[in-house]
Design a protein around this ligand. Structure first.
Ligand code: NDP
Length: 332
């Protein structure tokens, strides 16, 4: 096939993130274009078709989704569904021969993450997870400090992310849809601790809680977790749908670095113990993420956040849930 200068992207699931963030970001990309949409809601398909000038043939629902295999306009399928649906749609997209971008959290279980990685490998397509911060320059700077051991090995990391979610009947509050704060917001402090420390944790303790038991009947509103790393470094993370928090701090043998906020859509900033200002500005995180991932596909270079990165978080998330329920320290 003739080489394209932009990859055609189909968004699957036209909810908040697709509508408010990804569709506008796609218009700012230089390597991608919105080529199609997949939705269970006919009125949304009609609206997106009109708003984005999409051909009828590039609109899909969840039943005819697999026929996307025959559509040469679409190179990448971007899964923006509730987490419980990520594995099924990633595997179906891989079988259709499309590259997959899948939103975080990759999937609720390790088993699903492994099946997603295998399906993409078997069908010769790439799998990127929507960890937008891996594409954010201030975050990349602290990843570089870690690789170069600029401040020495980590001793103690803390990370907290949370906001007040007013919704009462959303998938985030339903266990079967992949709800619960740990699988959703929780991957931000967990992933940040992992890139801040640069090691995989070996043991974990955790405490789930809620201040609104009438809403959070099946899942936790807040999760606190403590991690132990090989060599003795420790970390404490917290995620919540009930309070505002947004900070990452990593203390090392020879200094510290901090980002606050560390996970907003814009304005990530911070500093270090020797006064380095971490204040680079990226015009649009999601556009940068999609352009980076498209360039990796077009040039055959490594993805910044492949499926394996999502799997590593899910391994720890499972251990955190085990620890919260046992009340004991659990091995990862
Ligand atoms: P929404 O609930 O707003 O949208 C999800 C969409 O999925 C729905 O609008 C619907 O679209 C589709 N859907 C299909 N089946 C169901 C079902 N049974 N229940 C609910 N929705 C269904 O979620 P978000 O857009 O906030 O989140 C989607 C994904 O994006 C999640 O994985 C979330 O964690 C991630 N996300 C990532 C962010 C980031 O910064 N990287 C920020 C926000 C979210 P339709 O009607 O078209 O079928």
């Amino acid at each position: 096939p003739k080489k394209k200068d932009r990859l055609g992207v189909a968004l699957v699931g036209l909810g908040y993130y697709s509508t408010d963030l990804l569709a506008p970001a796609l218009q700012l990309t230089t390597q991608c274009r919105l080529a199609g949409v997949v939705s269970g809601t006919p009125a949304k398909l009609a609206m997106w078709q009109q708003r984005h000038g999409l051909p009828e043939a590039n609109l899909y629902n969840y039943d005819n989704f697999d026929t996307i295999a025959n559509n040469t306009d679409i190179d990448v399928v971007y899964i923006v569904l509730p987490p419980s649906m990520h594995a099924e749609y990633t595997i179906r997209a891989a079988r259709a021969g499309k590259h997959v971008w899948c939103e975080k959290p990759m999937a609720p279980s390790v088993k699903e993450c492994e099946a997603m990685i295998k399906a993409c490998r078997d069908h010769g397509v790439t799998l990127a997870i929507g960890y937008r911060l891996h594409h954010e320059p201030n975050t990349q700077r602290i990843m570089q400090f870690r690789r170069e051991q600029k401040y020495g090995p980590a001793v103690r990391a803390t990370a907290e992310a949370g906001y007040v979610d007013p919704r009462k009947d959303h998938w985030k509050q339903k266990k079967a849809m992949g709800g619960g704060v740990m699988g959703d917001m929780g991957v931000y402090p967990l992933n940040a601790i992992r890139y801040g420390v640069g090691l995989e944790p070996i043991a974990v303790t955790a405490q789930a809680s809620t201040t609104r038991p009438e809403i959070y009947t099946e899942v936790e509103e807040t999760m606190a977790f403590q991690l132990e790393f090989p060599g003795g470094a420790t970390a404490a993370g917290e995620a919540s749908f009930g309070k505002r928090m947004n900070r990452l701090r990593v203390g090392n043998t020879q200094g510290w670095y901090e980002l606050s906020p560390f996970q907003n859509y814009s304005g990530i900033k911070g500093t270090t113990s020797d006064g380095v200002a971490l204040d680079a500005v990226v015009p649009n995180q999601q556009a940068k993420q999609m352009d980076d991932d498209a360039a990796a596909i077009m040039h055959g270079t490594p993805l910044l956040a492949p499926g394996e990165e999502g799997l590593k978080d899910t391994i720890v998330v499972e251990a955190i849930y085990r620890a919260a329920s046992s009340g004991q320290k659990e091995k990862v």
